[in-house]
Design a protein around this ligand. Structure first.
Ligand code: FAD
Ligand code: SIN
Length: 528
């Protein structure tokens, strides 16, 4: 089946939905999303969206905090863009009816690690859900936006699918849309579009412990890489310091806003240890806190540390963190009375598909924004609550640029249907699920918070074996979501490992014991 649209949007998180709303003024829009429309990293965002809305705060301070976290690799113009557009982005969400937490009629502003001022706009501890709700409500009002739920994007379509050889050095590669698996009918459909947006989010699932939901398998980055787009800074994987350490809790996030509200990290002796590592203590940037916890765990031989809010008034904890309180209670833990066992977990990918200030990738008619993109905002480490902001602001910029571009592009109708001749439907799921677990274990053991040349080399060798096995399986079998996700996760793991090997220093989120210091010669992006 062939579909034709002016704009094709892959992903229905904050980035994809914000962009779709804007471009719908200029043509027909298809949104492809692999599960239900709200299922995304966005939907689980807790702490909030950073923006300068307090009269005593300033753009300069937010910019400085972002650059400081980014450890020398942020692009100033990208940072300035998101910071200056922050109040407008929040204003628009309020206009759409977002119910952000207020205090005496004013927005309540939370604090998170690395921020010198209270500037986190939030909806209690469920900010992402509120953002998804209002964006989807607005989308529903636009009849020319069609949402395709349970549709899985397999490949971006370029000249390669017209039989031409495409290399990473060509500058005339163009995107004509995507091949998409309808997971209900099991048919591969062709979505042709004048302009395509990648908004497929991050890749936390590459690791064994992650705060990310199951959709976060790095599909967009892997697809763009195969289509020969430029990808950068994949070594910078952010581990959130505090995910709930209970076997059944699936790395549920305990928001950094909890520390911003007075929560204290303690070791098993009850000591508040963060002062030993940084003068900002519990509110130091995430890389520092995550490494400090890792150090405490290694020194003590325990599996976790504690986050303590028992000294805070009970009603205050319940009012500000209702979802965290309720979820922990479900697991038998009353956080107002007992300390919370926490460990770091993979949370956010700072690297991704390289874009310019308008969200344009190195492939013509292909835009990217949100977590899939590398816009230069985050550098070597993302400042807390800057990602929702980045997703929305860059979506707006990409939309403005795509709206202009669409007028000069005509649909390419010569694209052939998906060709799966020579493949069979063997459904040997055990191979897929076993290899997925193995990959996640390799990444967690060897490419985590603290790395070394030896561990990276081991990870590379083992991942390469998985790559060979899965690639051969892929060539012989009909496509399925688990198989394609695994294939994409292996690509993303490869990019993380190779990028980590290329960086001969420790900077931001990338820490290698063999190069423990900053090296000014490495002050550049890692391009794959
Ligand atoms: P997502 O919201 O992840 O959306 C990606 C979309 O793409 C999904 O709809 C997914 O189904 C779809 N998709 C993916 N692959 C395919 C495919 N192959 N085919 C079809 N569809 C596909 N950031 C903050 O700024 N503040 C916070 O408080 C905050 N809290 C967080 C808490 C948690 C638990 C997590 C996991 C993240 C948090 N983040 C936070 C990070 C932030 O939520 C994300 O970076 C941001 O929401 C990403 O938005 P996005 O639109 O780029 O991607
Ligand atoms: C959190 O609430 O701690 C997550 C914030 C973020 O990832 O930006």
């Amino acid at each position: 089946m062939k579909h034709s649209f002016d704009f094709l949007v892959l992903g229905s998180g904050a980035a994809g939905l914000s962009y779709a709303l804007q471009v719908s003024e200029f043509g027909s829009v298809a949104i492809i999303t692999k599960k239900q429309k709200a299922e995304s990293n966005t939907n689980y965002a807790q702490g909030g969206i950073a923006a300068v809305v307090d009269q005593y705060d300033s753009f300069e301070k937010h910019i400085e905090d972002t650059l400081d976290a980014g450890a020398g690799l942020c692009k100033l113009d990208s940072v300035e863009l998101i910071v200056k557009e922050g109040p407008v982005a929040v204003g628009k969400l309020l206009e759409f009816g977002a119910r952000f937490t207020k205090d005496d009629g004013e927005l309540h502003l939370g604090k998170e690690g690395g921020h010198s001022h209270n500037r986190i706009v939030h909806a209690a501890d469920m900010t992402g859900k509120e953002i998804e709700r209002v964006l989807l409500k607005e989308i529903a009002k636009r009849p020319n936006i069609h949402i395709y739920e349970h549709h899985y994007a397999l490949e971006l379509i370029t000249q390669h699918h017209l039989g031409k050889r495409v290399t990473r050095y060509d500058n005339d590669t163009q995107c004509f849309g995507a091949y998409v698996l309808n997971t209900k009918s099991n048919q591969v459909e062709t979505f042709l579009a004048k302009v395509t947006l990648l908004a497929t989010g991050g890749a936390g699932q590459v690791y064994r412990h992650t705060t990310n939901p199951e959709i976060a398998t790095g599909d967009g980055i892997a697809m763009a890489y195969r289509a020969k787009a430029r990808v950068a800074n994949m070594e910078f994987v952010q581990f959130h310091p505090t995910s709930l350490f209970l076997p059944e809790a699936n790395s549920f996030l305990i928001s950094e806003a909890v520390r911003g509200h007075g929560g204290i990290l303690r070791n098993h002796k009850g000591e508040a240890f963060m002062a030993k590592y940084d003068e900002r203590k519990d509110l130091a940037p995430r890389d520092i806190v995550a490494r400090a916890i890792d150090d405490q765990i290694k020194k003590s031989g325990e599996d976790f540390v504690y986050l303590d809010v028992t000294h805070l008034p009970e009603h205050d904890v319940i009012e500000h963190f209702p979802n965290i309180y309720k979820t922990c209670l479900k697991y038998g833990l009353d956080i107002t009375k007992n300390m919370i066992p926490v460990v770091p977990a993979a949370h956010y990918l700072c690297g991704g598909v390289v874009t310019d200030l308008d969200g344009r990738t190195s492939i013509s008619a292909l835009f990217a924004c949100g977590e899939v993109a590398c816009t230069g905002v985050h550098g070597a480490n993302r400042l807390a609550s800057n990602s929702l902001l980045e997703a929305i602001v860059f979506a707006n910029k990409a939309a403005a640029s795509a709206a202009k571009m669409v007028q000069s592009i005509s649909l390419n109708t010569e694209i052939p249907d998906w060709d799966d001749s020579g493949t069979t439907d063997t459904k040997e799921w055990i191979e897929v699920s076993h290899n997925k677990k193995e990959l996640q274990q390799i990444m967690s053991d060897y490419v985590g918070i603290v790395r070394s040349n030896l561990r990276l080399e081991r990870a590379f060798r083992r991942t390469f074996l998985l790559y060979e096995e899965v690639e051969s399986y892929y060539q012989r079998n009909k496509v399925s979501v688990p198989l394609c996700q695994l294939r994409n996760m292996i690509s993303v793991a490869y990019m993380i490992i190779r990028s980590a090997q290329m960086r001969k220093e420790s900077r931001g989120l990338h820490y290698n014991v063999d190069y423990p210091k900053l090296n000014s010669a490495e002050l550049h992006d890692t391009i794959i």
